[in-house]
Design a protein around this ligand. Structure first.
Ligand SMILES: C[S@@+](CC[C@H](N)C(=O)[O-])C[C@H]1O[C@@H](n2cnc3c(N)ncnc32)[C@H](O)[C@@H]1O
Length: 610
């Protein structure tokens, strides 16, 4: 069966590649070649599944939208430090100055006058009607959706036709970049040295180059790959790597900041300054730090939908890099407790850095595997809770316990001055270990914790100990855009994501108190990870119900079920449930990433074995 499937896949892939190759050969005029018309490649079975879910035309629109960036940048304002109006004023001034500077340098039309930009973005914004979420007359404006007045939108524009200077039929000097690099460039980044794979011969600093991307192609072993030896010399001929496959994959024109040898010798820095882009989006890198946060609109909506209240205890289960965590803390006016966990040590460090940058003190972050988020007492465990309100036996204990390594540091008299989550003391380590911890606390963090504070580990939390839980689950990320390749996910890998998410959700259900709220979100268009999870949740836990969401920006969810040719079937929403979830469709007028939000209210858990 597996062999057959592999054979089918291989035949399909080689046929697609052959067809594409022929089509490319037939049409090779410069205007056809030097343009941006990508076709997203999917695993054929995944494509079949999505076509069943969305219908062929709708899926084709989604697939097409995924290859483009959203036509605006979305900025969340830290309302504890600034206001949307103030940020708008500052941004307009900064962007105008940048435009002027570029204009004076004489190289770029990347940032034109405000007037020109308004006109262009309204004219060409992704070839569709601009979304009605911002003021069409303003380049930078407050989001018009009620409940999102902390959001500032900055218009971008594209796709633009770029003149690659193919004079007299001569091909321009070229640079080929990796797919990841190209996706970043489409979002507004520059071409950095590590992203460059190949470059024309005799390229000097200051040369104008056409930038194209090498996207993964089907390999004979049934996999995908884009194998270019870094440093390959381009001849401007058909023998160049991926010559035919790169047709229609030109992302703009730039000026080299280094010579060809310099690009491949350096380990960091800008290789190409992109002066003429297919999509023009402002970069906000290191701009108004702590005051603003660049974030996708649906992520901002997800934090709002959770509706955290000052003084509450919130768990953000997969929190890094902390975009939603900080949004939640700000909505709570930095009062209460936001426990942010992630399984990656370095990423937890990122949460701490972001929280510090935004001046938020109610966030406590821990390294913790979300699959083990519920504290399980081991036989050998002699943990005691020194807090007089908490209890370790699993009964509801208001605002108390994270079992953390940090907690063991508090054996000394500092207990009372700590936040209440620290009030659990874990005694299952040896006395020596505990003494070491106390010493560490007195003497400072030590070598391993020099860069911006330590990362605490947690051993989990007590049942029913949170008012609200956000599970922004790790997922197939098939809603993220712009993307130039989607073939890496198979139907098996999609099903595995869904299984993983269910196990995490099982933990979330146990940690939230009766009367509390769970918000589940993903950044994928895969129904199995979205509506499939909701079906699982509602069928497994009868005390959960879908709750209405505010603000409501996304569209309805998918109702029904799906049966695939391999016999696999999947249940989605029942009629009447579709308007209680938000599905952000990348091809819709709101023009966001693909995203999904479900909000559950938690009824009494009595009589329910968990
Ligand atoms: C979608 S991202 C979260 C984005 C984040 N909520 C934000 O808004 O900034 C998913 C995160 O889940 C984390 N993750 C993956 N598996 C995990 C696990 N088993 N336990 C905890 N975190 C996990 C990843 O490290 C990643 O940071």
């Amino acid at each position: 069966m597996r062999k057959k499937a592999r054979h089918f896949l291989k035949t399909l892939q080689s046929r697609t590649s052959l067809l594409l190759h022929r089509q490319i050969h037939m049409d090779s005029s410069p205007t056809e070649r030097y343009c941006y018309k990508p076709i997203l490649k999917w695993n054929p079975q995944v494509e079949e599944y999505f076509i069943q879910a969305y219908g062929e035309q709708h899926f084709s629109r989604i697939s097409d939208a995924l290859t483009r960036p959203s036509c605006y940048s979305c900025i969340r304002v830290n309302t504890l430090k600034s206001t949307s109006s103030l940020v708008i004023e500052k941004l307009i001034a900064i962007l105008q100055e940048r435009g002027l500077q570029k204009g004076m340098a004489g190289g770029s039309n990347n940032l034109q006058s405000e007037e020109e930009l308004v006109k262009e973005s309204v004219d060409v914004c992704n070839g569709s009607e601009p979304p009605r979420i911002f003021l069409e007359t303003d380049y930078v404006s407050k989001c018009q959706i009620p409940g999102l007045d902390n959001v500032v939108l900055v218009k971008g524009s594209g796709p633009h036709a770029v003149n690659y200077e193919c004079k007299g039929g001569k091909s321009p000097k070229e640079v080929i970049v990796s797919r990841k690099c190209a996706e970043a460039v489409l979002r507004g980044a520059q071409v950095y040295v590590p992203g460059v794979l190949a470059c024309s011969a005799h390229v000097e600093k200051g040369d104008s180059v056409a930038v194209s991307v090498a996207v993964e192609q089907p390999l004979t072993d049934g996999g995908w790959g884009a194998n270019i030896t870094r440093g390959t010399v381009l001849q401007g001929s058909e023998s160049d790597p991926y010559h035919f496959e790169r047709k229609g994959l030109y992302i703009g024109q730039g000026i080299t900041m280094l010579s060809r040898p310099g690009i491949f010798r350096a380990s960091e820095g800008i290789a190409v300054d992109m002066v003429n882009r297919v999509f023009r989006l402002s970069s906000f890198y290191e701009l108004l730090e702590g005051e603003i946060f660049l974030q996708n609109l649906p992520s901002i909506v997800a934090a709002r939908v959770l509706d955290p209240q000052p003084g509450e205890r919130i768990l953000d289960m997969c929190a890094a890099p902390g975009g939603k965590t900080t949004a939640i803390a700000i909505l709570m006016k930095d009062e209460g407790e936001v426990i942010a966990t992630d399984r990656s040590h370095n990423k937890v460090h990122d949460i701490n850095k972001l929280a510090a940058e935004m001046g938020l003190t109610c966030i406590k972050s821990f390294k913790l595997d979300a699959l083990k988020a519920v504290y399980r007492r081991k036989e050998s465990d002699t943990s005691q809770i020194l807090d007089n309100v908490g209890s370790a036996n699993g009964t509801p204990a208001p605002q108390t316990e994270a079992f953390s390594n940090a907690a063991s540091d508090n054996l000394n008299s500092e207990l009372t001055s700590q936040c209440h989550y620290d009030s659990v003391v874990q005694l299952n380590g040896s006395r020596t270990e505990l003494k070491k911890n106390i010493r560490k606390k007195k003497n400072g963090p030590g070598r391993n914790h020099t860069s911006g504070g330590r990362v605490e580990k947690s051993q989990g939390f007590l049942l029913n100990s949170f008012d609200r839980v956000l599970l922004d689950a790790p997922c197939s990320a098939l809603g993220l855009r712009p993307r130039l390749f989607a073939g890496e996910e198979t139907v098996e890998s999609l099903r595995n994501h869904a299984k993983y998410q269910r196990r995490m959700f099982d933990q979330a259900v146990q940690l939230v108190r009766p009367g509390g709220v769970i918000v589940y979100s993903t950044c994928t268009i895969n129904p199995g990870e979205n509506e499939g999870l909701v079906r699982y949740a509602l069928d497994t836990y009868k005390f959960l119900s879908l709750a209405p969401q505010h603000p409501k920006v996304g569209g309805p969810g998918l109702v029904g079920s799906c049966q695939l040719s391999d016999g696999y079937s999947e249940q989605w929403l029942k009629l009447g449930e579709e308007d209680l979830v938000q599905r952000f469709d990348p091809s819709s007028a709101v023009d966001t990433i693909g995203f999904f939000i479900a909000k559950f209210t938690v009824g009494p858990k009595d009589d329910v074995p968990l």
